[in-house]
Ligand binder design. Structure first.
Ligand code: FES
Length: 95
């Protein structure tokens, strides 16, 4: 079987098609990984974070995670991923 040689354009296209886009660098996760997690039932960025860690580091990928949820028809809460959500919004002082 003869070896096929590729031109530069063909070789670059093959590389691009085979490469995965890394969405989260803190917890290396690809776009395909995130899409699979969404397809398995993740409905918020917190769901995605619990399953693979994406979005639980510096937070730079949160917008991409929200975009991927929206692209797959999952409308999460606009405050998903907000770091202050776990803290009480108001602290009452006793009189
Ligand atoms: S890049 Fe995803 S949490 Fe930092």
């Amino acid at each position: 079987m003869p070896n096929k040689t590729y031109g530069l354009t063909e070789a670059l296209l093959i590389i691009i098609i085979k490469l995965r886009m890394i969405v989260c660098f803190c917890h290396p996760t690809s776009d395909r990984d995130v899409d699979a997690i969404i397809d398995e039932g993740a409905r918020t960025v917190e769901d995605i974070g619990r399953r693979c860690g994406a979005g639980t580091g510096c937070g730079c990928c949160l917008d991409e995670l929200r975009d991927r949820l929206a692209q797959r028809g999952v409308a999460g809460c606009p405050r998903d991923g907000a770091r202050d959500a776990e803290a009480p919004l108001v602290t009452l002082r006793p009189r």
